[in-house]
Design a protein around this ligand. Structure first.
Ligand code: NAP
Length: 264
């Protein structure tokens, strides 16, 4: 069994992006990211700060718009329109969640799909990708780093959220895996998960996937970020019992988590 080192793969992705950015700059092109954050959600503030830091590290130009919680839909839409029109801004990201009086679907749909770096715009969600969604794209990178080719393999994704489960299934399908998506209404879940050569858990429940749900030799990817009964960060997979059965497994922390911003 090999534990996939998300931190190391994440570092190598950033190195690659830094090099590619230097090559683009030599041709007079600087990638520019605009990040919009509305209100004072503390978790959003941390995510946005980390994204700004990552931009600096790889040499992107970046702009941050920290708008007050009282921002109106029109003001937000107008800002998106302005950023859509500016050539030095190649990517626009609106940090979610937005305050309750704002419609996130309206904002996302307004971002030009070719600048939609989160890949949340409907055009990107249906798989006509201009950008890949960060977390699932990071998982594909981890799978490749382990030398695993999804082609012809049975993949099961537990979870069908728009941010993780659905795009994850699409990316595995793009790489010719035979994909099944499980969710809270799935019957005999363990029978489904036990058929998986590649099992991705994106459930949001601490230690939900146990050894009896995993096929011997499976590649197990744990997307979950939960707290256990002692308040310790843990994944959706019961790592202790599952790891000995796997060929490859991602830990939490240090697996999928470090990949997300690097992929962005
Ligand atoms: P979500 O929107 O809450 O979706 C959870 C999915 O799990 C739903 O599709 C739900 O099914 C399914 N589910 C819930 N209980 C189930 C059960 N008993 N059996 C089978 N399926 C069940 O969560 P999310 O946004 O996809 O995130 C999932 C986890 O990944 C969370 O822990 C989140 O914190 C983490 N996450 C990590 C990163 C990262 O960068 N590491 C990024 C994003 C998310 P229904 O659709 O039927 O309700």
């Amino acid at each position: 069994m090999v534990v996939i080192d998300g931190k190391a793969v994440s570092r190598s992705v950033r190195e690659r992006v830094k090099q590619e950015t230097a090559e683009l700059k030599a041709k007079g092109i600087t990638p520019g990211l605009a990040v919009i954050v509305v209100g004072d959600d503390p978790a959003s503030a941390v995510y946005v700060r980390n994204k700004e830091k990552a931009c600096d590290e790889v040499g992107f130009y970046s702009e941050k718009y920290a708008l007050p919680a009282s921002t109106t839909q029109k003001e937000l839409n107008d800002l998106v329109d302005e950023l859509n029109a500016r050539p030095e801004i190649s990517g626009i990201l609106c940090q979610l969640p937005l305050p309750k009086h704002l419609d996130d679907k309206e904002v996302i749909a307004r971002i030009n799909p070719i600048k939609d770096v989160d890949a949340f715009h409907p055009v990107n969600v249906i798989g006509d990708y201009h950008f890949l969604p960060c977390t699932p794209a990071g998982i594909m990178e981890l799978i490749h780093s382990a030398g695993v080719d999804p082609m012809g393999k049975k993949a099961v994704v537990i979870g069908r959220s728009n941010i993780v489960g659905k795009p994850m299934a699409m990316l595995l399908l793009h790489e010719n895996a035979t994909v099944e998506i499980a969710h809270s209404k799935t019957q005999n879940l363990a029978d489904v998960t036990k058929s998986a050569d590649i099992l991705v858990a994106a459930v949001g429940k601490a230690k939900f996937v146990t050894a009896d749900m995993v096929k011997p030799g499976a590649v197990v990817i744990d997307v979950g970020m939960n707290r256990d009964e002692n308040g310790k960060l843990c994944g959706d997979v019961d790592f202790e019992s599952v790891a000995p059965k796997c060929s490859f497994i991602t830990p939490v922390p240090g697996g999928v988590g470090p990949m997300t911003i690097s992929m962005l």
